[in-house]
Design a protein around this ligand. Structure first.
Ligand code: PLP
Length: 466
């Protein structure tokens, strides 16, 4: 068994062994109960230490991909059974955009999923930091956090923001339970039913659900490959005088597009002219190769509220995000945060602060960026080979927004089903629920053989001229 280990890669060798073994099982269709070659054989055949192979196999045991039997080594486990939908989700099914993100694993590859697949997650540093905090920091294990969040974490985040040219200070920054919590606090604090705000289309669907829940009217502005369509934005601002604009700055969900400096400058000018509050959602910032222009970096009048998160890189389960705003607004947000939830998890904040302080977080995101860059290039090539149309060519982040040449969407979806894939709902990214033929493709899933097969199959009915 050849695992093709790359010793120059930033991805740790153990993780490469985990990925290689998983690929081998999936691609070769290895049936359950098959015995893996011995640890010694795998190690010798790939010039690895036996302890490295054992560690990788143990991780696969904990993921349920392998099992162990006394004296028999490692054995391929039964594939995950198709679980029934989570009964707790039954009442929500289909009604909310977030259902497909958190619903029970169907055994299918979620080509449009919004996060890194679990095989990409790296548990070692995170579990070590959890153990260290539990062992050495009793306050974080048992006590509430402060209203703005743990100072040590806020200082680390401020340092990271400086790299993005965002001049922050920790008194203007508040921790939240993920970016969703930040958006919720902002919406509850600033708007009331009947207010009007601008959102991008396509865009982050749970934001639309949140605004709808509060009775806030959404005015749609088209997202282009350079950011929102600024001509359309100006005309909407002139006509309706909305109070705020929600915008995804870099590696926008779902299009993967980034704000260009010119568009960013123009939005800041418009925000002054039309007295607009801008909520800049930059949760994919750390998956960006290079810096890019942020609205928060250009704003000197406190018009931009900047939202970030660690869900897309470190863990969606830790639930740590943050909001940067002017001090007056931040005090109001902190009040709502404390009244509604007594703050965020101090344990989660301490663990993240530790990972940032030791440099482990910085190295993690470097590895993720490198791996995503390689997979993105391969995915773009596969899409091109299958003659899919790509919206802009993303240079970072998780997503590619693309559509098949095949116009029959029922056929595209039945091909997905046939290849063991799940696609995002056709209307998932539209504020008004309009169905479209564009698909969000998660770069980290696009190299899976099932995705490759799907792309090849959707290339099938070319018009006769081709
Ligand atoms: C643009 C955008 N904003 C916010 C979120 C929510 O992130 P979190 O897990 O930090 O709440 C997501 C997650 O998919 C997202 O894509």
């Amino acid at each position: 068994m050849e695992l093709r280990i790359d010793r120059q890669a930033m991805v740790p060798v153990v993780q490469q062994v985990v990925d290689g073994l998983t690929d081998w099982i999936v691609q070769s269709g290895v049936p359950p109960a098959t015995r893996l070659p011995s640890v010694r054989q795998i190690a010798r055949g790939n010039l690895l230490s036996q302890s490295c192979v054992v560690e990788a196999c143990e991780r696969l045991v904990s993921q349920g991909v392998l099992t162990t039997r006394q004296g028999s080594g490692f054995i391929v486990a039964a594939p995950p059974t198709l679980r029934d939908a989570d009964p707790e989700l039954a009442g929500f099914e289909g009604r909310h955009a977030w259902c497909s993100e958190i619903s029970a694993a169907s055994g299918r590859l979620k080509l449009g999923q919004g996060s890194l697949p679990s095989s990409w997650r790296e548990p070692d540093d995170l579990s070590y930091a959890l153990r260290e905090v539990a062992r050495t920091d009793m306050d974080s294990l048992f006590n509430y956090s402060s209203p703005l969040g743990l100072p040590a974490l806020r200082e680390q985040i401020v340092r990271r923001l400086k790299v993005l040219n965002i001049a922050a200070c920790s008194s203007r920054l508040m921790s939240t339970s993920g970016a969703s919590h930040a958006l919720d606090l902002i919406v509850r604090t600033l708007f009331k039913a009947g207010d009007c705000v601008v959102v991008e289309t396509p865009g982050h669907a749970p934001l639309f659900d949140l605004l709808r829940m509060h009775g806030i009217r959404m005015l749609e502005v088209r997202r282009t490959s350079n950011g929102p369509d600024v001509e359309m934005l100006e005309s909407v601002l002139r006509q309706f005088r909305p109070g705020a604009l929600f915008i995804g700055s870099h590696h926008h969900n779902p299009t993967g597009s980034c704000l260009t400096p010119a568009v960013a400058q123009r939005i800041v000018q418009l925000s002054k002219r039309y007295d607009l509050q801008v909520i800049e959602d930059d949760v994919y910032a750390d998956l960006h190769t290079g810096n890019g222009t942020r609205l928060a970096a250009l704003d000197h009048e406190g018009r931009v509220i900047y939202v970030g998160s660690f869900s897309k890189t470190l863990s969606s389960s830790l639930r740590v995000g943050f909001v940067l705003a002017d001090s007056h607004l931040l005090t109001r947000l902190a009040e709502v945060k404390m009244i509604s939830g007594m703050g965020c998890s101090r344990l989660a904040e301490a663990v993240l602060a530790r990972l940032m302080a030791t440099g482990a977080y910085r190295k993690l995101v470097q590895r993720q960026r490198q791996r995503l860059n390689a997979d993105r290039a391969a995915a773009l090539q596969a899409l091109e080979d299958a003659e899919w149309e790509v919206f802009g060519k993303p240079v970072g982040g998780l997503f590619i927004w693309a559509r098949a040449r095949l116009k029959d969407q029922a056929l595209v979806r039945s091909q997905a089903q046939h290849c063991g894939l799940e696609l995002s709902a056709a209307d998932a990214f539209s504020p008004s629920g309009e169905a479209g033929d564009w698909h969000r493709i998660n770069v980290a899933c696009a190299c899976d053989p099932r995705a490759r097969q799907f792309l090849r199959n959707t290339c099938a009915d070319r018009p006769p001229a081709f």
